[in-house]
Every structure is written in structure tokens, then in C-alpha cells.
Design a protein around this ligand. Structure first.
Ligand SMILES: [Zn+2]
Length: 342
């Protein structure tokens, strides 16, 4: 597996960072000027943003630098779009239909988007999913997993216990995306966590009392693989906290970002043994349900906020916080991305 850059690249990136700021400021000014004198058309949008749930899109829209007027839709396009600017890029956003979550609807939304926006270069799939804690990745609720590699895992057999079959080749995002991830990762090695001060950032935007901020007050329990949730309760109020996996407290409240493999399949995983089996087979850090309809069909990057541990203790308490963390990372990605003007 490729390694991230070392010390030489750190110094180089430090110089490039000031260039990033200049680039982004120039791009923002250019976009404002164009908005005034030259109305935007669908051809001006080069980046798509797909959220799996309406709450994710709501989180994303709240973080737009600028929101644009809606544009006429192409005949036959059933998506509902939100238009805006992030980091100087024109971005078109959509979420999956409420009643049809899953890989099929993701593929449909993406197909409509690429048909309507002919200059679209890639999609960001900004979503929530289940974390797979692994010895080399201390994944917690509210963290973000970025899909440097995507795999599809066989589902429908999650209770069989006789192993899961690999399906298809791994997918890696295009070079433009990988280059941007490298830049963000190098900054992280210099101590610049893209999610540092997430709450402070939201406070500046007047969202401090918003329900999305509940995350900091929520409990984060990872139960042992063989300890199942007690039936009859929606949350874990009656589950035995002595059955938790012992983990050290983190020094920082900032969510952490993990780069690695995301495993995608059409069914939500709610079984710790199946989760760990997928993790062991694929070295995956996260399971989700949307990307499998995009893999090898569209250029995309999956950014997944962790809201469960994909076990029987599954509940939705962390969904909004995880959605906001993923959206915040996606914003950082776009502010670091320079290569969509090719
Ligand atoms: Zn429980």
C-alpha cells in the first residue's frame, strides 16, 4: 500500500499552502464576479455532492460559502438540487430519495447528475456508516473514514457465519482526488486536523445550539463482539457497560480522520461478528450501503461519518453529529482541491 509523504513533502506542502490560500481567494473572487455579470449554467458545475440522507444534505448546505439560485432541470432528471460555492468551486448537491435508500438509488442519482451536468468531474459521497474498530485504527463515533479504496462485500449472508465472499475489484478514486487527500493528510501530520475545533467553527456560523451539536454530549460505547444488545430497548440504557471494550480516553475532543478501505454492500450491517469478519477479510475501516452502486461506474470519493459500530447496539443518536463531521471534512477537501479546472 502506498505510504504518505515524509519530511521533504512536509516542507514542500508548507510552501504550497500559502499558494492554496491565494488560489482559493482568487477563485472565490472570480466566481463572485461571474455570478454578477455572467449567470451560471449547469455547465459551470464540475463537482457533485451526494448525501445519503436529508439530514446530511441539511448539514452540508449549512456549510456552503455561498448559495446559488436554482437552475432549470434537464427533462427526466428526478433529482432535487442545491447549488452553491465551496472553496471557490461551483458545487451541485443532491440527496437520495427518502423512501429508497441504498445502492440502486445512489446509482440513479449519480446517473442523473452526470447526464445533467456534462462538465462534472467527480462526486463526493458524503454519508454516514458503521465503524470497524481495528488494532491499527482506533475508530470512535463521530470520526470520519475517507475511502482511499472501496470494495464491495457480499451480503445477504451475514448470519451464515461461514465467511463472506469477495466481489469485484477494489476501486480507487481518480488521481485528482488522491492528490488532494495527500495534501490534507500531510497537513494532518503537521498537526492540522481538518476537524479541529469543529464545534467552534459551527458556533461562528450560528449553529452552536443546533441539534447537530448533540454529539459532544453523547456516550460512545463499543461493546464486545459477543455481547448482544438487550432486546426491548431502543437504546443501550439496559445494556451492561461492564461488557464494553476498554479504551483509553482521547486527549482531544476533535473527531479523528482515518484513511483506508470502505466496504460497501446493499444491506445495513447490525452484527458485530459480521462487521469484524468484513474488517478482517478486507482490512476495511467502515461499512456503508450507498457506494456499491457507484463503484467502477462513476468517479467519486466516499466520506463517511461514523455513527454506529455496525453491531446490534445500533441506534441513530450519533447520525447528525457524524453527518456534520463528514460534511466538514468534505468542505476541507474542496478548499484543498485545485485540479478540477483541467
Ligand atoms: Zn445495546
Amino acid at each position: 500500500m502506498a505510504q504518505w509523504s515524509g519530511g521533504g513533502a512536509l516542507a514542500r506542502n508548507e510552501r504550497e499552502r500559502s499558494g492554496d490560500d491565494v488560489f482559493n481567494a482568487r477563485r472565490a473572487a472570480e466566481n463572485k464576479r461571474r455570478t454578477r455579470v455572467d449567470p451560471l449554467t449547469r455547465d459551470h458545475y464540475k463537482i457533485g455532492w451526494v448525501s445519503a440522507l436529508p439530514i446530511e444534505l441539511a448539514a452540508s448546505v449549512a456549510l456552503l460559502d455561498d448559495r446559488h439560485e436554482p437552475l432549470p432541470k434537464l427533462d427526466g432528471d428526478s433529482n432535487a438540487y442545491v447549488y452553491g460555492t465551496i472553496g471557490g468551486h461551483n458545487v451541485v448537491m443532491a440527496h437520495l430519495p427518502n423512501d429508497l435508500p441504498g445502492s440502486g438509488s445512489a446509482a440513479n442519482v449519480a446517473a442523473n447528475m452526470f447526464r445533467s451536468f456534462k462538465n462534472l468531474r467527480f462526486l463526493l459521497l458524503v454519508e454516514i456508516g458503521g465503524g470497524i474498530p481495528r488494532p491499527d485504527h482506533d475508530i470512535r463515533l463521530g470520526d470520519v473514514v475517507v475511502g482511499r479504496t472501496m470494495i464491495q462485500h457480499e451480503l445477504g449472508r451475514e448470519d451464515s457465519g461461514d465467511g463472506l465472499e469477495d466481489t469485484g475489484d477494489p476501486y480507487m478514486p481518480p488521481r485528482d482526488i488522491r492528490t488532494t487527500l495527500s495534501a490534507i493528510k500531510v497537513r494532518a501530520e503537521m498537526g492540522q486536523n481538518a476537524l479541529h475545533g469543529l464545534h467552534d467553527q459551527l458556533e461562528k456560523r450560528g449553529l452552536v445550539n443546533n441539534e447537530y451539536l448533540d454529539g459532544n454530549r453523547l456516550e460512545d460505547h463499543l461493546f464486545k463482539e459477543d455481547y448482544d444488545h438487550l432486546d426491548g430497548t431502543q437504546e443501550c440504557d439496559k445494556c451492561d457497560i461492564a461488557q464494553r471494550v476498554q479504551r483509553t480516553s482521547r486527549q482531544s475532543a476533535d473527531p479523528q480522520i482515518h484513511y483506508g478501505i470502505i466496504a460497501s454492500g446493499p444491506q445495513v450491517i447490525k452484527n458485530a461478528k459480521v462487521r469484524d469478519d468484513i474488517g478482517n477479510r478486507h482490512q476495511a475501516l467502515c461499512v456503508e450501503t450507498e457506494a456499491t452502486g457507484l463503484i467502477h461506474k462513476f468517479p467519486f470519493l466516499a466520506i463517511c461519518g461514523i455513527c454506529t459500530y455496525a453491531d446490534s447496539h445500533n441506534n441513530d443518536r450519533w447520525q447528525k453529529y457524524a453527518a456534520m463531521a463528514a460534511a466538514t471534512y468534505a468542505i476541507e477537501f474542496l478548499r484543498s482541491c485545485q485540479s478540477v479546472e483541467n
